[in-house]
Design a protein around this ligand. Structure first.
Ligand code: SF4
Length: 303
């Protein structure tokens, strides 16, 4: 099947099987192009619950599909590739959290959504890169243990002054962005605004014009006066921005950074998942019950 036939079969199968394709902003361009809904982690989790359709094919890494299943357990959530995981999410286990709870009594445990369902079941509250700062500001005075991303945690601590302990996990994609990348980009593209994802190192975040989730980048660019942007995040977002704003210019901050895990999902695998209905995400009911408390609390607090 050539590319055109593959896309056409995917479009037919979506209708025949009444499946909604949700895709994260870091997906391959050709996967973004067949998606019904594109978004960041918060947008995908929120919409997974609100959708009237009962069947979702989630193109993103595993924790995103698990989150959709946790917030909408009655729906069938499929993944095109079970092996698409997030290395940062694998940097902390449920056992680690149980141990830390004993070491840090009285702390509120807050997990970035980039964690397994089992870890979400152990914490008090989840957050995404869109709402982490706002949630911590609402938790005035609480002592917080933040996990697993040291960069996002350091950024929140820096911006809010909260009493926080931070687990030393990181995203291997964003953690490679350097201050020199930003400075070189500014020198090469004078006038470009530097927008960056908060999984990047703190010194780069502090030097940027705006620190934003991928969803917030879209709003920011839409409202900005600037026509040129240096973008510090995974390369899929540059395609997304170029598609939405063809009259603006977007340059990667440093080289084009790629998340190999997100890219494990291909158009062929999307087709196979729709055709066979295989690879449903299963999370046991007790984990769903416990993990949904921290995810629901997040959704409730970020209304
Ligand atoms: S970009 Fe980083 S945080 Fe996102 S899925 Fe890839 S490794 Fe995980």
């Amino acid at each position: 099947m050539n590319h055109h036939e593959l896309v056409s079969r995917i479009m037919d199968l979506k209708k025949e099987t009444k499946t909604v394709i949700m895709a994260h902003n870091y997906q391959r361009p050709e996967v973004q192009d067949v998606a019904d809904i594109l978004g960041d982690s918060l947008e995908l989790a929120r919409l997974a619950r609100e959708l009237k359709e009962e069947r979702i094919l989630l193109c993103g890494v595993r924790f995103m599909a698990e989150s959709a299943k946790i917030v909408a357990p009655e729906k069938t959530v499929l993944t095109p590739e079970e092996e698409a995981g997030c290395p940062m999410a694998d940097m902390i286990s449920a056992e680690d959290v149980r141990r830390l709870r004993k070491e840090f009594p009285g702390y509120l445990f807050m997990a970035y959504v980039n964690t397994s369902a089992e870890v979400k079941a152990e914490v008090d509250l989840c957050c995404t890169s869109s709402n982490a700062l706002a949630l911590v500001r609402k938790l005035k005075g609480e002592k917080i243990f933040f996990l697993p991303d040291k960069n996002l945690g350091s950024w929140i601590k820096d911006q809010t002054g909260a009493d926080m302990e931070v687990w030393p996990g990181f995203c291997y994609v964003h953690n490679r962005i350097r201050l020199e990348d930003l400075e070189k980009g500014r020198a090469e593209h004078p006038g470009a605004e530097a927008i960056i994802h908060p999984e990047s190192p703190l010194d780069v975040l502090k030097a940027a014009d705006a620190v934003l989730s991928t969803g917030q980048m879209i709003t920011y660019v839409r409202e900005a006066q600037a026509k040129r942007f240096l973008v510090g995040t995974e390369e899929g977002m540059i395609y997304r921005l170029e598609t939405l704003f063809p009259d603006r210019d977007f340059y990667p901050m440093g080289k084009r950074f790629t998340c190999e895990n997100m890219k494990k999902i291909t158009l062929e695998k999307v087709f196979q998942a729709l055709l066979t209905g295989e690879k449903p995400i299963n999370v046991d009911s007790e984990t769903i019950r416990r993990a949904s408390r921290s995810l629901d609390r997040m959704l409730e607090m970020s209304r």
